[in-house]
Design a protein around this ligand. Structure first.
Ligand code: IMP
Length: 188
């Protein structure tokens, strides 16, 4: 039977979708998945990258969509890899990052969620402070085995409550507040 979804998450990354689906479900929003690779421009601004990706996704799907763009920003590396996090993960990976981070380990994850429909393009951002671990710990995707969120001793890959505190959770919570309010105003 055809499931009815409120909006679609467009991405080639099914890990991100699974997390986003669970988070939005807890706010009462049903999220479908359209697995597509999107055009990604080179820019130092995550918001600019996200908004271009969202316009590309909407032009391909013609449905209300959200996309997500993230970055891991390491203080001692002047914010590297930042907007280049995906490329850096594919090339040097967590092993390479651990070699680059020697003493100061502060870092943050940033997430931008961008919503796009026929009339609206709106972005919601959030950050989560933390540190880079000394070794990889736990089994998780992406940078999860090396990112320790603030006030925790464990990496994202080791904790069970990632979806209740992550950068993704915080950006999606902002998005949900806005989206549910928009639906309410449309009903009036
Ligand atoms: P992009 O948003 O698809 O450009 O991805 C940015 C990079 O950050 C990807 O390489 C992801 O693997 C990584 N990333 C984003 N969010 C997370 C997360 O929650 N955990 C681990 N890695 C992440």
């Amino acid at each position: 039977m055809h499931k009815s979804f409120d909006i679609f998450f467009v991405s080639s990354n099914s890990h991100k979708y699974k997390e986003a689906k669970n988070i939005l479900n807890s706010f009462g929003i049903k999220l479908g998945f359209l697995k597509l690779s999107l055009e990604e421009i080179q820019s130092n601004s995550l918001k600019e990258i996200a908004e271009k990706k969202a316009l590309d996704a909407f032009s391909k799907c013609k449905k209300p969509i959200i996309i997500e763009d993230d970055g891991l920003f390491i203080d001692s590396l002047n914010g590297f890899p930042g907007p280049y996090s995906s490329y850096v993960f594919k090339t040097i990976g967590n092993k390479g990052i651990l070699k680059l981070v020697t003493t100061k380990r502060k870092a943050k994850f940033v997430s931008i969620i961008t919503y796009c429909d026929k009339k609206i393009l709106e972005s919601f951002d959030a950050k989560l402070d933390g540190t880079i671990s000394k070794i990889q710990k736990g089994k998780g995707w992406g940078y999860d085995p090396i990112f320790i969120p603030k006030n925790s001793k464990k990496t994202f890959a080791e904790i069970k409550c990632k979806n209740e505190l992550s950068h993704r959770f915080k950006a999606l919570r902002k998005f949900s507040n806005w989206y549910l309010h928009k639906l309410e105003s449309n009903d009036q």
